[in-house]
Design a protein around this ligand. Structure first.
Ligand code: G3P
Ligand code: MG
Length: 345
């Protein structure tokens, strides 16, 4: 007869599958924890009929802090240990841009204070400019916001007439849409990246400053009764402004769910973590994904050949959806989702 611990030892190497869990609208809503989250995490941690630990990572289109910080923040909030190797944030796969831009001046947009500069420098980018640095240099670039005394602690004021910005990366939600739309537009419309110059339409046809976004979501779910505008909405505003002011379409690259680049990255992270947890070096694990947003979590998982589970606790509330967004399974919440997966396996 197996004891609990021998059964755990015996059963965990047999776990041939893994799970990718979305955060907002699945585990939490703003600062509130969804009631089924804690029992679901315990279930994954071995409190199930086989005493089996089921490997999982968290894949979110949120971010704005380092993976280490997010792991600490969630561990504390959920009262459950989450390691940083279990965290994939919207901007995590943007590390892959470091070999191209590590030594170039890049404008990083979004997030609170200089948090996204810390993230970008942590990835290896060496010359990170924030919209606040530019505003502090010349406040008339956006006269409707002020630089607060307190912010001068982290702002890096320089003469931006001499700074050639070579790429723009939107890492997180803007905390000041007016300022960030204006400054991003200025850089994208500049001659060669000098923010106080303006390129002609023909210049822009031949040369563009590369632009990257970390999160395509138009909406997301927090503790407000209806969904909130996400980074994708900021992008729509920027696209419209760029088109109206230049007569040209905005060009950009996307990271985050449902983009393939993000799923490649997440798959590697999950397989590595699962191999470490189970001691079983499987290259091709069966992967399940739970999410609340059909247009990102479900489309992404389906495209990547994962098994998608849609929950009703966030953006999706159980309404009719078109077939391209439909999941392999619909569950009321995260606990029902993990139990369904477990019984299927
Ligand atoms: O800003 C975050 C949001 O767009 C989605 O986060 O965790 O639901 O992927 P998540
Ligand atoms: Mg979500």
């Amino acid at each position: 007869k197996f004891t609990n611990s021998s059964r755990r030892w015996y059963s965990s190497p047999l776990c041939h599958y893994g799970l990718c869990i979305d955060v907002d609208g699945v585990l939490i809503k703003g600062s509130n924890i969804i009631p089924e989250t804690k029992p679901a995490l315990q279930f994954l941690n071995g409190r199930n009929s086989l005493n089996k630990k089921i490997p999982f990572i968290l894949l979110t289109n949120g971010g704005g802090i380092t993976e280490e910080k997010k792991a600490q923040q969630l561990s504390k909030m959920l009262d459950f240990p989450i390691k940083s190797c279990q965290i994939v944030l919207a901007h995590s796969p943007m590390k892959e841009l470091v070999p191209i831009y590590y030594d170039a001046e890049i404008l990083i947009v979004g997030g609170k204070n200089d948090n996204c500069r810390i993230v970008a420098e942590n990835y290896g980018f060496k010359k990170v400019v924030l919209p606040s640095d530019i505003l502090a240099w010349n406040p008339s670039i956006w006269p409707f916001s002020e630089v607060r005394e307190d912010d001068l602690r982290w702002i890096r004021k320089r003469n931006f007439s001499n700074v050639k910005i070579e790429a723009v990366m939107v890492f997180h939600d803007s905390r000041n849409w007016g300022r960030d739309l204006q400054i991003t537009l200025d850089v994208l419309r500049s001659k060669e990246g000098y923010v106080d110059t303006l390129a002609s339409q023909s210049d822009l046809i031949t040369r563009r400053i590369p632009l990257f976004f970390s999160n395509p979501d138009i909406i997301w779910s927090n503790d407000f009764p209806s969904p909130r505008l996400a980074q994708g909405s900021f992008r729509l505003a920027l696209e419209n402004l760029f088109e109206k002011t230049t007569g040209l379409k905005l060009k950009y690259e996307l990271f985050g769910k449902p983009e393939l680049v993000t799923y490649n990255y997440a798959q590697k992270m999950l397989v590595n973590y699962a191999n470490e947890l189970t001691g079983n070096h499987l290259l091709n694990r069966k992967i399940y994904a739970v999410g609340d947003n059909p247009r990102s979590d479900i489309v992404g998982a389906n495209r990547y050949g994962w098994n998608s589970i849609l929950v009703k606790t966030g953006v999706f509330q159980g309404e009719e959806i078109e077939s391209q967004y439909s999941a392999n399974h619909v569950a009321d919440n995260i606990l029902h989702a993990v139990k369904w997966m477990f019984h299927k396996e």
